[in-house]
Design a protein around this ligand. Sequence first.
Ligand SMILES: Cc1cc2nc3c(=O)[nH]c(=O)nc-3n(C[C@H](O)[C@H](O)[C@H](O)COP(=O)(O)O)c2cc1C
Length: 203
Amino acid sequence: MISDHNQTALMDDVMFKFQPAQEDFAEVVRTRRTVHEFLDTPVDIATILQAIDLARWAPNHKLTEPWTFHILGPQSVRQLIDLNESLIAVEKGEEAARKKMARWSQIPGWMIVTCRKSSDPIRNEENYAAVCCALQNLMLFLWSRKVGTKWATSHFLQHPQVAKTLDIESATERIVGMIWYGYVASRSESRRRPVPEITVFHP
Ligand SMILES: Cc1cc2nc3c(=O)[nH]c(=O)nc-3n(C[C@H](O)[C@H](O)[C@H](O)COP(=O)(O)O)c2cc1C
């Protein structure tokens, strides 16, 4: 590694020359935020399919294309909401369950994304990484169309009844996340550490 002094000098020099990218793509990446409140307005299915079309161009080692995108219709959504409500009722009581049910019932768009498992631990990890890349593609495309998303990984997703409801074969498929989507009702803020704090130059 280069010395702290040289590293600071190099970083100062680079940061002086560094201009954050201004092009549209960078703007989409920088402004995308996890969305917690959605409008009722449904998102056209063509937009969702376009997002999946781009998601699948994510890098994936050995071209395993390990992803499946489950777009949920009202019946499946209802089943998941009811399941979650009954689980929360047992765990935290009726009031908490009712609140969660009311909140989830407001969410206009539901997708669950799965990853093919592999008996090879390295391949398994590569597949998971590839699905995460695909999800970022998907979320960025939707954001470019003013559709917000929230990637949720609640432990609820690991309940066997979730996979059963959606005919997901748990032996071979891992649920990577639930993607809620819709037009944005309120925008949240986020922050990231500056580039010099997260970058190390090696000689
Ligand atoms: C793998 C993964 C799992 C996440 N799970 C949740 C979740 O369960 N609930 C939630 O509110 N946000 C979840 N998020 C969203 C993060 O909290 C969010 O990305 C983070 O706060 C940064 O905000 P930003 O997306 O607006 O930049 C998840 C994000 C990732 C990548």
